[in-house]
Unconditional design. Sequence first.
Length: 609
Amino acid sequence: MQLQVLNSPFNQEQAELLNRILPTLTESQKFWLSGFLAASQMNSAMETSVAQTTQQKTNQQHTKEQTLPKEITILYGSQTGNAQGLAKKAAKRLEESGFQVTLTPMSDFKPNKLKKVQNLLIIVSTHGEGDPPDSAIIFHEFLHSKRAPNLEDLHFSVLALGDSSYEFFCQTGKEFDQRLEELYGTRLYPRFDCDVDYDEPAAEWLEGVLGSLRNAQGESPTPSKSTAPRGVESAYDRSNPFQAEVLENINLNGRGSNKETRHLEISLEGSGLTFEPGDSLGIYPENDPVLVDLLIEEMKWNPEELVTIKAGDVRPLRTALLSHYEITILTKPLLVKAAQLSASKELKELTTPGNEQPLKAYLEGRDLLDLVRDFTPWICSAQEFISILRKIPARLYSIASSLAANPDEVHLTIGAVRYDAHGRERNGVCSILAAERLKPGDTLPIYIQHNENFKLPQNPDTPIIMVGPGTGAAPFRSFMQEREETGSPQGKSWLFFGNQHFVTDFLYQTEWQKWLKNSTLTKMDVAFSRDTDQKVYVQHRMLENSKELFEWIQDGAAVYICGDEKHMAHDVHQTLLTIIEKEGGMSREKAEEYLAEMQQTRRYQRDVY
């Protein structure tokens, strides 16, 4: 039997080939070939079926992604207001792009609602040594507890804020990101870790998130809409500071004091900037010219050499070092980059993995001048060297005045920072600018940092307890000015103030006495640690008034702490727990729950640094 081209699916060449082969095959070979062809056909059908099934699953998954809801939940954890400000910008940007946004501080979010959230953005700062900010503590603890739910339907992304000069850089954001993955959430967009100069990376993260959301919705990218302030909002902010005139610069300490505390009065006229008691003022300071000149001399640079900061921004080297780059703080990322620009074997060894502890010890208390002196020779140009430096960050100071009492002005209380380390005198950048070089008539680049986590109670009848030693008294001066200015009946107020000496260091003494006299301030207890043989601090005064203080708290008083975090704020926190435990007849665990509840309901607020 011969195959014919006309009645077969084969062409002439294939038919002739088969006609030559088939007569030579044995019966067993023909049987095997028929089985092989049948199996081949079955495999082909199965592959087609698998491919179709895979495609169906892909289509179903794609359909699921496309039908992701347009509702976005943004949770933020903020201590000073940076994360809060970015969260508000993100909400505005997403709403302009057609998404429905729920913007909530972590302290107000009910954890049992997390299971219902499908699109979650977390914007959170890291406070202190890798700790969550106060407003994020409860949510952070819940998410890392056994009560945290399975979140397999969740799509999330994290924006982490931090400071690379700290060992646990962006730690809280990293922990949220890792934990959400452990709970089977899916990353909508990778986590971004932002240093103190966070504006550009935060904007990049937001655009990336927006792109991912649009892709999930099956939308094409659309041009960004303007996010410029509208209405009566000021045009001045962190990225566009106002050049404000200094009206007054006064030393608050008396002659012979070991301290120097400057009271600054700054004009806001023409800025449109507004604030509330509890907010902060950001200042972009200039570096010490003496330190800048020593650095230039050590590196044998030309101070007038033009360097590029970014595209379109070219300045003389000395000007750039004075006003743009940070030169007083060393960070691990900086030293790792610097090791590539130096021929020093010691620096390369210091920055290799395994030498974390020696590196940490070296960073403590040293600046850029130490670095360039310790690890010569340098094999780079001035342009290459400054390109590894980060932008000088703004310094935040608690506002010490009420806008209602002082229209078009803002007041600050700044303690001069001077100390010795590694054989050299060291100075605080902004504080010594204020103490030594800033004169009335000079200008400062400033912006307002709003802080909803440190505010007077909405009900003016609520009693307040204020703990603010030294410059920590600044926001409480604004509280008292605000309450005096409103003139309406106010709740009781109690201030605990401390410093070294009564005669020389009683900051704003006459003002506190005036407010005590006119009943704006109900009660004041002071602790001057160097006036007695045994040092007495504010927490000791709190313990002495333990019974009455707890009665105030039981009556609904809000407690505020402002000042040093590492020592004072920690000690005051422990003292509050001791008072609640003792006077409330509670166990330590119950006292901690009581204080946590106060924090959750914003009856316990801290502005610590």
